[in-house]
Design a protein around this ligand. Sequence first.
Ligand code: ADP
Ligand code: MG
Length: 429
Amino acid sequence: MPHVVLETRNLKKSFPMSGGKEIVVLEDINIKVMEGEFVSILGPSGAGKSTLLRIMAGLAMPSAGDIFYNGMPLKSVKPKIGMVFQSFALFPWLSVVENAELGLKSYGLSDEEARERAVKMLDIVGLDGFEDAYPRELSGGMRQRVGIARALALEPEVLFMDEPFSALDVLTADNLRSEVIDLWIQKKMPIKSVIFVTHNIEEAVFMSGRAIVLSHNPARVKADMSIDIPYPRNKSTREFQYIVDRIYTILTKPSEEIPFLLKLERYQFLPHAKVGAIAGLIEMVHDKGGRIDVSTLASELSMEVDDIFPLMEAAVFLGFGEIKEGDFIITDKGAVFSEADTLQKKEIFRDTALSNIQLIKQIMQVLSSTVKHRMSEDFFIDILENHFTTDEAWNQLETAIDWGRYAELFAYDYDSGELYLEQPAGQQQ
Ligand code: ADP
Ligand code: MG
């Protein structure tokens, strides 16, 4: 079991307003942060991110609810807190190292120990040689490095960061982000977990392993998702942009629609392949012994490898085929499908599509849950547009309709542009 470093239970925060009213800023916040996690808290400006962070760090009191560190109530443990703010709260009359060791002595460290630790942390954040400089001699990025060194010098369990890069110029911010992530991956920071507040989606996706998205007025946890892209991350990859788009969608959609959106994990991309062509391919390869080299297959069919690829991919999705070491191989299920008669084929296809194809499953759920067992294509296009371009959304839906019709699961009404159930539940003979 992963160890829970910090937990909030039913946190609520409201502020009194004039006229005896109160404004609720945080409502029912339940968050668990595990050891080894780098968690982002995302939300629009004014959502309550800083308020939440301050409460989690024990710097402000919640109106209701509890905070636990390692299972113990925050009040009773007084944990060491490392906090990095947006602005570089350095004392101008203290040198860099004096700023960095600030606060250490109140934890009972001797002068030498405090100095040693501060110097070490300054070294880690790339300020070796600047120990005796004064804040005015430093650039914004360097001052923020001092802020980070100061927080780290406390060796806190959790490092809290509140929009730490938002006041820096773009280049400096980018460099510092990469460096902080490097330190985190290489476990050079004496901390267990990071809680990182930002309103910048790209930043959250670049840095964190998990993003908690807050709603606004009051802030609740709207979504909590892991970000599994390996470090170091590249903003221009499709994977990266996909997650950015997804979080953007969550941030901008009303809360009611979120559960539905979240069900769409990484969206399956249906290869554009008609059932007839997929079936033809499977039968042909089955006849040839069930295994064939992909380029041989292409030349026998007088097709380009790129053109048969969607067919093979579709067969793989459906569990009828595998691609291994440059060969296309028919599975047992694919063999049974090849030898089945038309009716059996439809049945096998129906079962496998329902269990393997997300979009078909979803269309069935929607159609079964509506009274008329009908739904306009625009409804599905809307959902698909959260994951694909408009053109691709139509391609996806067209493929799903082709497959669904073959399986006799649902059909398409050309006049109304609606999908409908072939055999509405309850109306079967
Ligand atoms: P964020 O960090 O997400 O931008 P904040 O946590 O700073 O948001 O603020 C959230 C809301 O709480 C804002 O509407 C702000 O006006 C309000 N707020 C924060 N602190 C106080 C306070 N001490 N008294 C009254 N309202 C406050
Ligand atoms: Mg804030």
